[in-house]
Design a protein around this ligand. Sequence first.
Ligand code: CA
Length: 444
Amino acid sequence: MGVIMQTFYWDCPKEEGKEFEWWNYINREIPLLAKAGFTSLWLPPVHKAANLFGPSMGYDPYDYYDLGEFDQKGTVPTWFGSRLELDSLIESAHSHGLGVIADIVINHNSGADAQEVNPITGQSRWTRFDVKSGKFPRNWESFHPCMYESWDEMTFGDMPDLSHRNPYVYAELLKLARWLIEEVGFDGFRYDFVKGYGANTITAIQEYRYMRDGRYFRPYGVAEFWDNARAIENWVDLANFSNSNPVDAFDFPLRELLKELCDSYGFSLRSLVQGDTVLKAQPQTTVTFVENHDLRDEGRPITNDKLLAYSYIMTHEGYPCVFWKDYFNYNLALRDTPNGIDALVTAHEKYAGGDTTVLYLSDDLYIMQRGGYDSQPGLIYVLNNRGDDWRGEWVTTKWTNASFSPVAWWGKHDLSRPADQSTAVDGRGQFFAPARGYAVYAMK
Ligand code: CA
């Protein structure tokens, strides 16, 4: 159960004239997001960034303990606001029952205060960080190459990469995680660019015994490992091998299939359903998504019928994540209607429990059943990829003599309500979706 809202997109404060005040902007939307059924907010990186080429989105960390309190890198607030505004956002989220996820960027740093000669290479590099918070100061030994490791999994541009196996860095990263959870009030982490360092750092952060209000607290975690399904699964296995608080991973391969579904004419639903995705291999540790802040270059964002993709992630297993720009800027929330993301979030929270059974699959029609679990009774999902007409099929569901109503639906050319349906004594029934559309049915 649960739905994440990614509360930003690339350059959002600038695009919307909300420079240095994005926290307040998110804060104002919290009551309605909670009412819509969202359960957590993924915030952009909260630390003071280097901003070497103008305001960044925080993916170039300078001072991890400056959340908008110290006058450095040109401003007191971060690109998103002040520490007080962040505190107020987190407090408001908690009071509405929403968790808050911190985006932590611990592969690389940027914006050092001085150059140092690295004795291993003999070359001068920007590696001295004399940060105003006074916490986690760094010199060349905190970065690759240093004496502690000769292998760096991956580097990020020209930025100096933290050497996690330096015991000082490792301890500081755990201190940072503890501070974010116990003192700032975050409930989990989104780990940026985990390809760049050993999975054991993530295991350690996930496993740490955080204390909150005198009790142990287990943070949520999701990792960005941008690769094919097999590589992501291998990484997750590694990070979760000796880990009582398993980390999730974003399903990048599923997202690419969803893009094909929306943007490629004639794409076969067999490829979508049978394709190699993380969701299929390990649904219990997968965050599904349709769009994110990085998918912004020419040809990357999905440009057609995006609700088809949202209907897929909201009805299937995995922990779905909604993209702010889709929800607000592209108006896909469609509040108070059965035709948008809000109705899908409701369907997800109320019905989308239990195992997944494919009831029918062809190139252009897919009917799926979620079998129900605990308080979520299950649903039937119909996806019609044909452009010309409503389509349906007879299928055998697990429910006998049951009546169904549509709870969420959308069609490219037709938003009329699908008819109620029922199943016979043998569980057989017929379910329909509009052309280039979907319908989600739940038992009455
Ligand atoms: Ca690295």
